[in-house]
Design a protein around this ligand. Sequence first.
Ligand code: ADP
Ligand code: ZN
Length: 806
Amino acid sequence: MKEIVEVAVGLPVFKTFHYRIPEKMRESLQVGMRVLVPFKGRKVTGFTIDLSDQPPKGVEEKLREVEGLLDEAPLIDSPMLRLYRWISDYYLYPLGEVIKTGLPPGLQLKSELILSLTQNGMESLARGGLELIQEKVFKEIGRCGKVSLKKILKHFLGVSKSQLFSWKRKGLLNIDAGIEGKEVKPKFEKVVQYQGDELIQPISKKQAEILKWIKEKGEVSYSELSKRFKSPSKPIQFLRTKGLLSFSRREVCRDLSVRAELKPYPKPEPTSDQDAMLSEILKGIHSKRFSPFLIHGVTGSGKTEIYLRAIEEVLVQGQEAIVLVPEISLTPQLLSRFKDRFGENLALLHSGLGRGERYDQWRRIWRGDVKIAMGARSAIFAPFKNVGIIIVDEEHDPSYKQEEKLKYHARDVAVVRAKQAEATLLLGSATPSLESFYNAEKGKFKLLNLPERIEGKPLPKVEVVDMKKEGGLLSEKLKAALKKNIEDKKQSLLFLNRRGFANFILCPDCGLTFKCPNCSVTLTYHLGDRSLQCHYCDYRIQAPGDCPKCQGHRLQGMGIGTERLEQEIRTLFPETQVGRMDHDTTSRRRSHLQILKRLESGSIDILVGTQMIVKGHDFPNVTFVGVVSADTSLHFPDFRSSERTFQLLTQVAGRAGRGEVFGEVVIQTFNPDHYSILRAKDHDYVGFYQEEIQFRKALEYPPFSRFINFRLAGNSEKRTKAMAEEMGNNGQALLKKGYGKGIEILGPSAAPFAKMRGKFRWQMLAKGKNPPLLHQFAKGLATRMEVQLREKGVHLDIDVDPVFIL
Ligand code: ADP
Ligand code: ZN
């Protein structure tokens, strides 16, 4: 039996550590379990990642023992561990924290400091004469035996941490590392099982009825039983003593926050295009080899039906399926389509679920109760053992990239997981990301096309309006189209990618604007509560009536947001029902779904909204879509802004005319000749791709090079800047040493938003053609800077640009 275990602690440290396994754990401890280990005076959770007979050279003396084993069975198996190692390497993020990201939040334990009284302390309390606050605290600790330090500080405002430690020094208190008991536990219910009906003695009519009912069902929960029969406890107790029933417990699944309406969706016969595509995909599934496909199909071309059929085949093969969708697309419509096809064989993972629900869903997958997992980006970590297919719908969607902590891109992790598992991969989109289409061009993915909408429904007619020639917010063309649609009793969507009432407020007398004190942005005016808000840090103040600087009375709102647009539409069309869907109207759980429901039922005629309205639903009565300003995303300081604009416009336009009636779209812009807009107008993805890829090539942007961004953030402007310069010097020094051939360093420079949430931000970009060299350079630089950064209180975030080429 192995004596040494390697542990990845769930903390921001790159190294892994070795511990000795105590005798009593040697039989049960396996790779993939959580353990409790001593670490720098604390107890922390870690994940066991390897077992060995010998400690690594040089650490023999110092090895400490594992203090606790937290699992009875491994949470992760070796294929998952392999995936986590890849992620840790590729995204330059500590392995323990990567594993933590992949597990449901309820499984994470943190150690904390626990207080108890020493003998001495108890005696002082009994003797009396302590200071009042000390007496109160000691009484509380004495009453409970053990109390967490956090709790004492929270309850007794007059007490400080240093005071507690001074009492410890005096020998009155123990302060030890312990474990917080907040772990989510499985929930159980009592069930009654049928055992037999060999009657030796007669039973009453009620008893017989109950027995018959349970026999039909095999197993029923106690709560079901009491719903069906009045006071069933006595009769079932009796039946149990006769050996006809038995009691046990089973795990229950907490209710899901997204409920699917159970509507039947007739399973259509595939069209010939779908048939041809499916036969390619089935070849991949049957080969049991890595088979990556990029499905390029316009909205409404029948991609989802392809996914459903491919999954059916994977299930027949005895394998499992993972389906990723952008968070916002997890609508009841999509869900009920999957539920209708697969029933209970489906687990859901997304951030809208509560902790308990998420934990239960994860366990259903982990135990093998379900074969399909569906969810937003974190569903890529679904703990299946034998994945046959991974599907990424709307693969171009930016929400697949996590922008904080572990900055992984779920589509890229999907590619790697499918490759490692020798599974089939389906990436689907009407507007594939440049990198995926490039992969297809290079033959890394097999490209499959669905060029037409189902039943030959035409794509909507798109018109572009040059706003340089128009006055005001809405062009004549857009207004006329809305009016006509109202008269025809059809619904319309109006898209504006900016929430609030006015972008910012300006005093025309002295030029004052209102800036966020924490971020380098102006505050947005919200009419609803007359506030000025920061959209980055949630800072908000009451909007003043007069200019606080010059006391002028002419404060003006500049630029428009969805709130103002809604108001304009209400004024223009007072008789119609107008709804708004943006961050402000959907902050409550489920409110997003309620708005969609009102649209579906026809109680909204015109829905105004941000990009939330763009995806995930299919409303046959929506025949007109207006884009109020196509320019917002075009001017974003990012080399992907053209791509993003093209995707958004195409997706928005795709919402129109999904039913029987022809759809129409009007796009308003100050850049009517921009290729993103012209190509979107013509529904010409390939044309857009060819133009955009030329531009990327000319500038050596991804996919012709790779980027790694080093972002620094700190509380002190001076120190952050100094560290940025230091990082620049270190980077150049590494290059001089020949560390990364062909790597170019851009910056350091202040970040586009130089201050965000109170932190000053600098960045430096490394650009290179050889990914392993680039990653090696990044690791080298991070290691070199680690100590200095910690000393100066500046945080380094490494962001790997999501260009992933197989
Ligand atoms: P996408 O995922 O590409 O947007 P869907 O799979 O949702 O497309 O298909 C669009 C619509 O066409 C849906 O209402 C779907 O039920 C229907 N549909 C899909 N395939 C067929 C088919 N073979 N025959 C008839 N209707 C179909
Ligand atoms: Zn702010």
